[in-house]
Design a protein around this ligand. Sequence first.
Ligand code: NI
Ligand code: MN
Length: 225
Amino acid sequence: MPRATFLGHACVALAHEHHRLIVDPFLSGNPVAAAQPAEIDVQYILVSHGHGDHIGDAIAIALRTGATIIASFELATLCAGEGAKTHPMHVGGAHEFDFGRVKLTIAHHGGGHGENASRYTGPPVGFLVTLGGKTLYHSGDTGLFYDMKLIGEMNDIELAFLPIGDNFTMGINDAVKAVEFLHPRRVVPMHYDTFPIVSADPMVFARQVKGAEVVVLKPGASVEF
Ligand code: NI
Ligand code: MN
C-alpha cells in the first residue's frame, strides 16, 4: 500500500514499493518540520509553486540525490537553471511516470521566488498523484474553487491534503466545503500552525467535515492509502 508521511506545513513524503517522492519539501527554516533535508532520499520532488514555504529545500535535495523536480514549466525552468533535473508540466496535463501518474490541477494563489518573491514562477498548481492504483490530491496553496467539484467527479480520491490555516489559503469553513466538492475518502488538514499567522484548530475542521474521514497527522506521522 502507498504511504503518505506528513512532514509539517505542506510537505508530504510518499512511498510505494521502491518509489520515493516528496511534495513541497520546506524543511530548513520550518519550525514544525519532522525531518532534516539531509535525511530525504527520493527519486521525485513535486513543487506546487515558488513560494519559499513550498519550494523550500527542493533544489538542494535534487542536486544531492539526483531526484527529478516535477513542477510547472516556469518553476521547472528556474530549478533547471540551478542545475536540477526537471520534468516540466502544466495545469490540466498528466504524465505517466515509473511510479504512477501525476496530473496538475489549478490552484488560486500566487507564484514567485527569491527576494520579495520578485521572480515569477508561473501559476501555482495542485497535484493528483496516482500510486499503486490509489489517487492522492494535494491542493497546494489555494483558495476554495468550484472546479474542485469537477476534480471530485472525475477522480476517485482516496486521500486529500487540504490547507486550513486561512490568511494565505482556505480557512476551515472553505476547506469543509472543499471536502464536500472533492468527496475524498479521507482528508488530512495541512498548512496550519506552522507560524502564528496560520493558526487553526484541526479538531474544529474535523467536527465540521461531513462524508469523509478526517485524519489529523502530527508532523512525522504517516497514513497508508
Ligand atoms: Ni504560497
Ligand atoms: Mn504556503
